[in-house]
Design a protein around this ligand. Structure first.
Ligand code: NDP
Length: 248
């Protein structure tokens, strides 16, 4: 059993969350890998080998009380909760003039309300330790106006705002809160769009290095945040976008 605490990762079955889970386990953390399916992290179509450091668990983060129950179960299993990564998210688009309320609520509930619920649920564990780190997955869309992306952009702006508010309110409890704002990240799911067609042409034009980032690059950044000892770093949203956001 690891001497490092357990980090809870939502949306850990694939994509960025799977890469984060595998990198954190390599760094010696026990990782609670939450997703609706409860599957082990899968990268490049291959499930990570079973390991006592990867603890898969089914948990739909949009259900009120789901995170409270998941954390209680992990504690029953003897794990010490030391951090949370709110990574799960959906990216659905629709024209603003005709988007349904159901569409808006699905995006807000998965990407933003779940962050509020999960942070509230983990607070007593981290406050008791007087030490903890929460990392929320935002997006560089949080500061942009993007056609057909009203709900997604609003949800990610909410993630940035919650990150700042919680960092201020919980600093006295020894809890730090950060957000990551990835630009375009190549994952198994978007492989086709990232390698061919109009998006590929757009990336060539807009990303200075002409390549999207990888899930593993985001994972290495997040793992560094959990392994480096910098107590003064809190409340910030860290952009990882290959300089796309600052390019003129
Ligand atoms: P994927 O679609 O590849 O993976 C999403 C993960 O979230 C899956 O593990 C999925 O598992 C899980 N999930 C979805 N809904 C729920 C739910 N209700 N409860 C629990 N788990 C859920 O996403 P990415 O890896 O691409 O993105 C991860 C995060 O990074 C998201 O927040 C996204 O907005 C953000 N991001 C991604 C970018 C990119 O280019 N890929 C760019 C900027 C930000 P399951 O279906 O089993 O529940």
């Amino acid at each position: 059993m690891s001497t490092r605490p357990c980090i809870v990762v939502t949306g850990a079955s694939r994509g960025i969350g799977a890469a984060i889970s595998v990198r954190l386990a390599e760094a010696g953390f026990t990782v609670a890998c939450l997703s609706r399916s409860g599957a082990l992290p899968t990268l490049g179509g291959v499930a990570a080998p079973a390991s006592e450091l990867l603890v898969p668990m089914a948990c739909d983060i949009t259900r009120t009380g789901a995170m409270v129950e998941a954390l209680a179960e992990l504690t029953r299993r003897g794990l010490q909760i030391g951090g949370l990564i709110n990574n799960a998210g959906v990216h659905l688009d629709a024209p603003a003039a005709s988007a349904s309320l159901a569409h808006y609520e699905e995006v807000m509930s998965t990407n933003a309300t779940s962050v509020f619920l999960a942070c509230q649920a983990v607070y007593p564990y981290l406050a008791e330790r007087k030490n903890g780190l929460i990392v929320n997955m935002g997006s560089f869309f949080e500061k942009l106006g993007v056609k057909r992306n009203l709900a997604y952009c609003a949800s990610k702006a909410a993630v940035g705002a919650m990150t700042r508010c919680l960092a201020v309110e919980w600093a006295g409890d020894g809890i730090r809160v950060l957000a990551i704002a990835p630009g375009y990240i190549h994952t198994d799911l978007n492989h086709e769009a990232m390698t061919a067609g109009p998006l590929r042409a757009y990336l060539d034009k807009r990303i200075p290095g002409k390549q999207p980032g990888t899930a593993d690059e985001v994972a290495r950044l997040v793992t560094a945040l959990f392994t480096m000892d910098v107590p003064f770093l809190s409340g910030e949203t860290i952009t990882i976008d290959g300089a796309q956001g600052v390019a003129h």
